[in-house]
Structure formats: C-alpha cells, structure tokens
Design a protein around this ligand. Structure first.
Ligand SMILES: Cc1ncc(COP(=O)(O)O)c(C=O)c1O
Length: 388
C-alpha cells in the first residue's frame, strides 16, 4: 500500500472545491449495496435518494395523487445534469430509452453506400443500428481497437466506438480517433455507456455521444441520453457531405413529447428546438430515479470518481499479478482465469461476489459504492489465497 498516494488522496478529498461538495466516502453512505457487488458493467444500484424518489412516484401513481407533469419534470432536470456531466448545454441533449434507439436516426441519415467503422469487439447496440441498413449499401467495417485510429480513412463516413469497451473495459484513444476522423471528414459517434460516471468525457469532442444511464450513472433501466452538435447543418457548411447528413437527420420517433412536452393535436407540426425534438415519450418513474443519481454523481465530481474507481481496479489487477491500467473495468479471459486460478468461478459464487461474464471474459467493475474490502474479497475468492 502506497501511504503517500493515500494521504494525497485524503488531501484532495478534504480540499474539495464547492462545486463538488461530497467526498466519495460521504456519497457511499447513500448506497445499500451488498459487499462485493462488482457488476456496474451490467447495472448500477441506485443511491437511496434515487430509489426513494422513484418509490414515492410509484406510490403517487398507485393512488393517483399527483398530475403526471410532476414526474415528467425529471426529464428536463436529468437532461440539464447530464449536460453538465459531459460539458454541453441542455439544448444539445436528447433523451430516450436506449442507446440503439437513439442511434437509429443517425444511421438512417447516412447516405446509401456509407461506410461505418467500428472496433471488432464493439457492443451490439453501437453496431446493429448501422448494420440493418445493409440493403441500401451501408457497410460496417471492423478494426482492432488498439490500431483503430489508423483504420479511419477517406472511405469512412462514420466512426462508432465505445469510450470504454463492454467486453474488455479497454479505453479508446479518443483524441487520436477524433483527430483522424476530423482529417477525413468522418462523423463521430461515441458510446459512453461503460464510461460516463467514472471517465471524464467531453461531448464536444464528437458529433454524437450516446449513454444509457442504468450502469455507471446508477439510474433505473429505461433512461438514456444523446448529445448532438448545437447548430446541426449550419455548423458543417464547409463540408458538403456532413451538411447533407445533418439536413437528412430527422427525429424519426417524434411524438407529442418531441413538441416540447405539452400534449397537442393535429397540424401544423411544432417540434421542439434543438436536440429535444429527438426525445421520445419518457418512462416517467425511471426518470424520477435518474435525476437524483446524476445530481449525486455531480456532487462528487467525475475526476474524483475516476481516481477512486481506478485505484480499486488497479488494486485488484495488482493483486492478481496483472499490470495496472486506465480502466475501472477489469476483464480476464475465462480460459486464462481457469488456467491461472482453478475453481475461481465457484469460489466467487460461494463468496457472493457479483461480477459478470461477457464476450468470453470475467468482468469486474469498480465504482464509488465499492471500497477495498470489496476488492480484497474478490481477490481472495479468485486466487484462493488467505486475506493479506
Ligand atoms: C457499450 C454499451 N452500450 C450500450 C449498452 C446498452 O444498450 P441499449 O441501451 O441499446 O440497451 C450497453 C449494455 O451493456 C453497453 O455495454
């Protein structure tokens, strides 16, 4: 244990700027998570304030005690808070239910014959929205993540990549990828679902940032965000193919909520301004649980969450004899685990350690509600070594 690193972290926590009034330790008291829940890659348990707000709204629904706009307010609150998390104003944030749904209009606006470049291990929700357009010549080309930026070339219309990979936790080289995409005029889609909440993300780096909130943002299932450029077509006048794309980009699921949130009837159509036109009708109670979770994460601050989550992930890696890394997700091939630590899967189950299996790997995610006890419990179960 590096004493200096610990005391530096303690200093950092006590000298919190007022924009981030909560330390990780203070925030953690809001979670009721059982020991060694290491499965934020699958879903994020809620802070108590999110859980209680949602239960209250369910109770209101049960007895019919409030008008629905009270719940719908949480959509705009969440939009604003998510915008702050990734550095864009609320009018650049669309809300929806899932990443794949939010990406569908982008895929539809691609020209016939477009090439979409994805990492060969990209999660399906960032792949199929494009792949289903094969009948009009849209091609999905794959490339390894570690040389992904080099694979972007003049034939690339759009790049779709996760900031942190679902199966491996690998963090994309976002500066290199976006720079290369800019050089060739390619559109950029970043999936921040496995990253937002622990990895600092700047939505302005890409054309579109899509995030499902039910993992590292500790929200209920059913809420997701998509950021978009502010001046859609006008911002890209100097590149005609991009301008044409933004002209074709339409809110394909526009309904009453895309009109700004008040029920309306008949014609003429009055779509909301900006990204809000891409909203779908909200799953009210899920949004009620989303806003308090975002508020709490912002109160801690992503930089601090990043430091905390990485420290735990690297403690786990070091304990397994692996090199440290830049990801809050530790992924070990099931075959490697089987060879190196026979019986580890059974021991993890017996110890009640919650992790997940994805793409032939064991995935462990470390987030703000975890501490060193969780790490050591998982380490001891995997390695079968007695506690240090
Ligand atoms: C990288 C990534 N994107 C998106 C999702 C979820 O996609 P959707 O919101 O379409 O269900 C996941 C879920 O595991 C994921 O890992």
């Amino acid at each position: 244990m590096d004493i200096n690193a610990d005391s530096a972290r303690a200093d950092f926590e006590t000298a919190a700027p007022s924009a981030h009034p909560l330390t990780v330790a203070q925030a953690r008291t809001e979670w009721d998570v059982q020991t060694a829940f290491l499965d934020s890659c699958s879903y994020g348990p809620p802070p108590r304030r999110g859980w209680e707000a949602m239960q209250r709204s369910l109770d209101q629904w049960r007895v019919g005690s409030v008008p629905w706009p009270r719940w719908a307010e949480s959509v705009d609150t969440s939009r604003e808070l998510f915008g702050r998390l990734v550095g864009v104003p609320a009018d650049q944030v669309a809300t929806g239910a899932a990443v794949s749904q939010l990406l569908a209009p982008i895929a539809t606006a691609l020209p016939d014959g477009a090439e979409v470049l994805i990492p060969d291990i990209e999660f399906t929700s960032g792949v199929y929205p494009f792949a289903v357009h094969a009948d009009r010549g849209v091609r999905v080309r794959t490339a390894p993540l570690d040389t992904f930026a080099e694979a972007v070339d003049e034939s690339t219309t759009l790049v779709s990549v996760s900031a942190a990979q679902s199966a491996t936790g690998e963090v994309a080289d976002i500066p290199a990828i976006t720079q290369r995409a800019r050089e060739v005029g390619a559109l950029t889609v970043l999936d921040g679902t496995q990253a937002a909440g622990w990895l600092p993300l700047d939505a302005a780096d890409v054309d579109f940032l899509a995030v499902a909130a039910y993992k590292w943002l500790c929200a209920p299932r059913g809420t997701a965000f998509l950021t978009m450029p502010s001046q859609l077509a006008a911002a890209h006048d100097d590149q005609p193919h991009r301008a044409a794309f933004f002209d074709r980009l339409k809110p394909l699921a526009a309904g009453w909520f895309a009109a700004g949130g008040a029920a309306s009837y008949g014609m003429p159509m009055h779509l909301a301004d900006g990204a809000r036109a891409f909203d779908i009708s909200p799953a009210w109670h899920s949004w009620v649980g989303t806003a308090p979770a975002l508020e709490l994460l912002l109160d801690v601050g992503v930089d601090r969450l990043h430091t905390h989550d990485l420290a735990l992930a690297n403690r786990f890696r070091t304990g397994l004899g692996l090199a440290e890394s830049n990801s809050a997700i530790v992924s070990i091939g099931l075959d490697i685990a089987d060879r190196s630590w026979p019986g580890a899967l059974d021991r993890l189950d017996e110890a009640g350690v919650r992790y997940s299996q994805a793409g032939g790997n064991m995935r462990f995610g470390f987030h703000l509600f975890n501490d060193e006890t969780d790490v050591d419990m998982a380490l001891n179960a995997v390695t079968d070594y007695p506690p240090a």
